[in-house]
Design a protein. Structure first.
Length: 154
């Protein structure tokens, strides 16, 4: 599956950066696309459409079918936690300076870095929440199939 990973410097004197990992909608089934309500084109126009965040990509389709309510809220917290951990693993595989176990809102870098977008591939992570959650403590970027050789910086 294709992914885009971005690093953007925040305004201000300190070297603070925001990292995002997004999946182009064309990598997802039409049903999954229809059920993901938070969409962004922050990943750039290169893929020609909206992008999804990783927690919505790894979520079981049955979760996405649930109506709003307490059950969806309860399950969503765990899906979000696992998705954020996997995001951090993948981002660290592409931007080695980002070593936090969960992506922070803003990361304080030890030095000035360039903004960047990296387009690359991973194994298909769609709907794999249960499997990934069970292996979360031992997962590596190799287990996720991150392709570090064919990354394209934009």
């Amino acid at each position: 599956m294709q992914i885009v990973c971005t690093r953007t410097r925040s305004a201000g004197a300190e070297p603070l950066y925001q990292y995002l990992l997004l999946v182009p909608f064309d990598q997802l089934s039409y049903e999954r696309q229809d059920r993901i309500h938070y969409r962004t084109d922050f990943g750039g126009k290169r893929h020609g459409g909206p992008h999804a965040r990783l927690p919505e990509v790894i979520a079981p389709i049955d979760y996405l079918r649930l109506p709003p309510g307490l059950e969806k809220h309860r399950l969503g917290g765990e899906i979000y936690r696992v998705g954020r951990r996997i995001e951090a693993l993948l981002v660290a595989g592409l931007y080695p300076e980002m070593s936090d176990p969960i992506l922070p809102t803003l990361f304080r870098a030890p030095e000035e870095l360039d903004d960047g977008q990296i387009f690359t591939r991973t194994d298909d992570l769609t709907g794999r929440f249960v499997e990934l959650a069970a292996r979360l403590d031992t997962l590596t970027v190799a287990d996720l199939g991150l392709d570090r050789l064919r990354k394209v910086a934009a």
